[in-house]
Ligand binder design. Structure first.
Ligand code: NDP
Ligand code: 2IT
Length: 452
């Protein structure tokens, strides 16, 4: 179960060369494309028509890219100008679907990598949703609610014309949570004079949001770990778990890990990490991060059993399971080797592409179960699709029913990746399995719908 580099078939290499020539300054996008194209060779051997029909050439080029100015006025009366993005990658399986990220690092490369990943992730869920991503280099940290509202309104003043329940349906991502979604949805409603519930997911449960959407990505990642361990006759019960991040995904990964009998011992943010040998106290974590919008060292200050390690990442802590849930490329080869040295059994990506390619290789070489984000964090967008269903039929499903659906979906995602890896001769390689299964669904639909 390794991803050893091997020579690519000539037509795939030619597409990759074109992608490099066309997007020379987009390292994250190139990284994401490499990972997919390197692993789908077995599908192309089985279906040579995918190559002849130019599926690859079209897949690597977004259907539409929107880049726009977002002017707004801060609390001191100063004009601020940010850049807004929406990359509508593929609508072959359904309306464009994917989150919005507000973070100072956001640029076209990052939005394109996320949009590209989203196409295959969404296909893997088996739901009728296409792939997109958007966002801005606006950083909500330290901004007042009024500033965040004015920014969101200005952002939507442009983006609204590209959205709609049958066209493009955003949701949250880094820096976009319940507060931002409320302001964005409100401005869309104001401009269009339509209460179009299904045009945004992750809404408040009082006004059209689905139960379990908030919890879904973190819960889903833990369900995915349980599925991987289950195949080996093992479970999460009694395991020590390292989680990075302390946002939406991390908090609910920690919550579900506790519920499954494991002990989550770390959380982090961009300043460093905390390790708590008594296990992360969820109430203290949520008070610090969600209520006070504070920093992760504030957690350690309130817990005698915890310590804060500044400027480092949690992968040096001995654990059985790791769930990176902060951002891209946050677990590199040295981190992977440290995890392996400490006997890690499974790593599942709660974040999008948090593990560098050489780190994935090191983990798989060592026989560690590795769940790529396209599969492991698909619970968020899958539950977004459940929200769209409820909005379309004006129904509300209970928390229990919705969580049972999420669990079944994650089982299906796991099985699709697992059986695809076996079918294509790479048993146990969830990277190949997820990419091949997602790609096949998208490619068949593109073939059926002609050259558009
Ligand atoms: P949040 O904004 O809620 O939390 C992000 C967390 O990651 C914060 O703790 C943040 O710390 C940390 N972080 C962000 N950027 C960096 C960085 N450059 N270096 C170190 N730490 C960083 O976002 P989410 O929890 O929603 O998203 C986390 C990851 O999960 C992202 O990769 C996202 O794409 C992915 N994801 C999210 C889904 C969702 O439903 N929300 C669905 C699927 C994937 P700080 O406050 O210091 O910035
Ligand atoms: O990366 C992701 O899958 C998300 N941020 C969630 C997307 C969604 O539309 O729910």
């Amino acid at each position: 179960m390794t991803t050893s580099p091997r020579a690519l078939p000539a037509p795939v290499q030619s597409v990759l060369d074109t992608v490099h020539a066309r997007n020379p300054h987009e390292p994250e996008f190139l990284q994401a494309v490499h990972e997919v194209l390197e692993s789908i060779a077995p599908v192309l051997e089985t279906h040579p028509r995918f190559v002849e029909d130019g599926i690859l050439e079209r897949l690597v080029e977004p259907e539409r890219q929107i880049v726009f100015r977002v002017p707004w006025v801060d609390d001191t009366g100063r004009l601020q100008v940010n850049r807004g993005f929406r990359v509508q990658f593929s609508s072959v399986l359904g309306p464009y679907k994917g989150g919005l990220r507000f973070h100072s690092s956001v640029n076209l490369s990052i939005i394109k990598f996320l949009g590209f990943e989203q196409v295959f992730k969404n296909a893997l869920t088996g739901q009728g949703i296409g792939g997109a991503k958007g966002g801005s280099d606006f950083d909500p940290h330290g901004r007042s609610d009024a500033e965040v509202m004015r920014f969101c309104q200005s952002f939507m003043n442009e983006l609204y014309r590209h959205l709609g329940e049958h066209t493009d349906v955003p949701a949250g991502d880094i820096g976009v949570g319940a507060r931002e979604i409320g302001y964005l949805f409100g401005q869309y409603r104001k401009i269009t004079n339509r209460h179009e519930s299904g045009m945004f997911t992750g809404k408040g449960v009082q006004w059209g949001g689905a139960e379990v959407r908030t919890e879904a990505t973190g819960y889903g990642a833990v369900f995915f770990v349980q599925e991987m361990l289950g195949v080996q006759g093992d479970s999460l019960d009694g395991k020590r778990v390292a989680v990075s991040g302390s946002g939406n995904v991390a908090v609910y990964a920690i919550a579900k890990a506790w519920q499954m009998g494991a002990t989550p011992v770390t959380a982090s943010d961009s300043s460093g990490y905390v390790v708590d040998d008594a296990g992360i106290d969820l109430e203290v974590l949520r008070q610090v991060k969600e209520v006070e919008r504070g920093r992760i060292h504030d957690y350690a200050a309130r817990r005698p059993s915890a310590r804060f390690v500044e400027g480092a990442r949690p992968w040096e802590v001995p654990v059985d399971v790791a769930i990176p849930s902060a951002t891209q490329n946050e677990l590199d080869q040295a981190d992977a080797l440290a995890l392996v040295g400490n006997g890690v059994r499974a790593v599942a990506e709660g974040a999008n592409m948090p593990t560098t390619p050489d780190a994935v290789h090191a983990l798989q070489q060592a026989g560690v179960l590795f769940g790529p984000g396209k599969a492991a964090n698909a619970g968020g967008v899958a539950t977004s699709a459940l929200e769209m269903s409820q909005n379309a039929s004006r129904q509300r499903w209970s928390f229990g029913d919705s969580e049972a659906k999420l669990r079944a979906i994650m089982g299906g995602v796991h099985d699709a990746a697992f059986t695809s890896a076996e079918r294509y001769g790479r048993p146990g390689d969830y990277v190949v399995g997820a990419n091949c299964a997602g790609f096949e669904r998208v490619a068949h639909a593109m073939q059926a719908q002609g050259v558009i």
